[in-house]
Design a protein. Structure first.
Length: 99
């Protein structure tokens, strides 16, 4: 069986980030949802720098009203890969072993 390039890419991403965990990605970044029920962080993987930025779930808001009340970042900003905004809200940066 020969896999198409997109299938191979999806397989590699599933192995790296967990099946179905990718919210959004491009050639330099991938953002993932928490890995399981007790994980409290979204993760921004910076493929170029080899870093992972942790973003606390409580800092990610679903709408403008919650953003104004609690602060943080909109979930839509994660989807749109607004990198500088995501990096600024992260509470921890780790060296990534994937890259």
């Amino acid at each position: 069986m020969i896999m198409a390039q997109s299938q191979l890419t999806n397989l590699v991403d599933s192995l790296k980030y967990g099946h179905g965990n990718i919210i959004s990605k491009n050639e330099n970044y991938a953002i993932t949802k928490p890995l399981n029920t007790w994980d409290t962080n979204y993760r921004l993987y910076d493929k170029k720098e080899g870093l992972t930025y942790l973003i606390d779930c409580e800092d990610v808001q679903e709408n403008e009203e919650h953003l104004n009340e609690y602060g943080g970042i909109l979930f839509q900003s994660l989807i749109n890969l607004e990198i500088e905004e995501i990096k600024s809200i992260s509470w921890k940066t780790e060296k990534d072993n994937f890259y």
